[in-house]
Design a protein around this ligand. Structure first.
Ligand code: LMR
Length: 343
């Protein structure tokens, strides 16, 4: 069964389950709050010392302080509870109440977030932040409510780098390599565009795939490369900053709407405060990861000159045209314009 077929099957199952869950939630939620604290199970796949890990912990701490006895948050890092793919179904089923999933992985449900995967669209996190705060960005939060995913906020990780068996100063150096990518058709096209062989794979499998040679290369942020120890099993990282990795912080809308009003208002405020805090920390956490990787001496860093980076940019640009009908040329232009004005 192909990934796409499997996805269609699971979405159907999730859709039906979500309806059952909605009924259960509507009947059960008030009772839950009368009997004991409302439980928010929050699984994610990265280590605690990552931008997302820190943000999730902070969310738990602030909820503990401000909603003690009324709401309890359980954070499950490092894919302890489930993979990202399973967490989309878990949210729809009511098995978990909150997720922070990579925007790339929403591709299974909708093409609306594909924009974030376009290579070199956003020059840096400031540009992404400006776009996410714009009307176009904010509309995305509620754009997949019908799939039982209500976005509350965006969290950054950072910009992605290429890691592999050799320096990748030019796109030609990447040709022929097997790259692990997240489950996104834009990322797949991006790797094909440079003559690589893309392999969609869950985050939790990447270390072993690099170690055994099932893949040669991967793209990720400094903090993920450091905390998941990819630097132990890849000899080189080339600092391309070619794409964005960030998250949709989301809840099941039926769970959310069934919460007592005062709790929902307070949780909304907490999510906003924690998001602002987290998005200020992310660049520093990535920088620290980069420095620790260099200090380890296990991975060699290649920095690109502006001219080399421009060659990469040019080589990947056809990916924009490939997806412009689906994403919308206007949406791409709006994101690009926001990015340029943020520089
Ligand atoms: C990945 O799979 O590489 C990322 O989505 C991991 C993460 O959540 O940062």
């Amino acid at each position: 069964m192909t990934t796409r077929n499997k996805s269609m099957f699971t979405i159907g199952k999730a859709g039906a389950a979500a309806m059952i869950c909605a009924l259960a939630l509507l009947m059960g939620c008030e009772k839950q709050s009368a009997d004991g604290p409302i439980l928010i199970k929050f699984p994610h796949v990265t280590a605690p010392a990552t931008p997302k890990g820190q943000a999730a912990e902070r969310f738990k701490q602030v909820v503990d302080e401000r909603l003690a006895g009324r709401v309890m948050v359980e954070v499950y890092p490092s894919a302890q509870l489930m993979s990202d793919d399973d967490s989309l179904d878990g949210l729809a089923f009511g098995e978990v109440q909150m997720i922070a999933i990579s925007l790339s992985k929403l591709d299974r449900l909708t093409h609306k977030f594909q924009l974030f995967d376009l290579p070199f669209l956003f020059p840096d996190l400031q540009a992404v932040e400006k776009f996410q705060a714009s009307d176009n960005g904010q509309e995305l939060l509620t754009s997949i409510v019908d799939r039982k995913i209500l976005g509350l906020s965006f969290w950054h990780n950072g910009m992605k780098q290429f890691g592999g068996p050799k320096p990748m100063r030019t796109p030609e150096a990447a040709a022929g390599l097997k790259f692990r990518i997240m489950e996104s058709d834009v990322l797949q096209a991006q790797i094909l565009q440079i003559g690589g062989n893309p392999q969609k794979m869950a985050f939790g499998e990447v270390y072993q795939a690099l170690q055994t040679g099932a893949v040669d290369a991967q793209e990720n942020t400094w903090s993920n490369i450091y905390s998941s120890k990819f630097y132990e099993v890849q000899a080189h990282v080339t600092e391309t900053n070619h794409g964005y990795l960030g998250y949709l912080v989301a809840v099941n809308p039926d769970f959310w709407n069934a919460l007592p009003d005062d709790i929902r208002v307070e949780l909304t405020a907490i999510v906003q405060e924690v998001s602002a805090w987290a998005n200020e920390q992310s660049a520093g956490i990535n920088l620290a990861g980069k420095e620790k990787i260099i200090a380890s001496g296990r991975t060699e860093l290649t920095e690109l000159t502006p001219e080399e980076r421009a060659v990469w940019q040019q080589a990947m640009r056809p990916v924009w045209e490939k997806f412009s009908d689906v994403i919308g040329a206007d949406a791409i232009a709006a994101a690009e314009a926001v990015g340029q004005s943020a520089e």
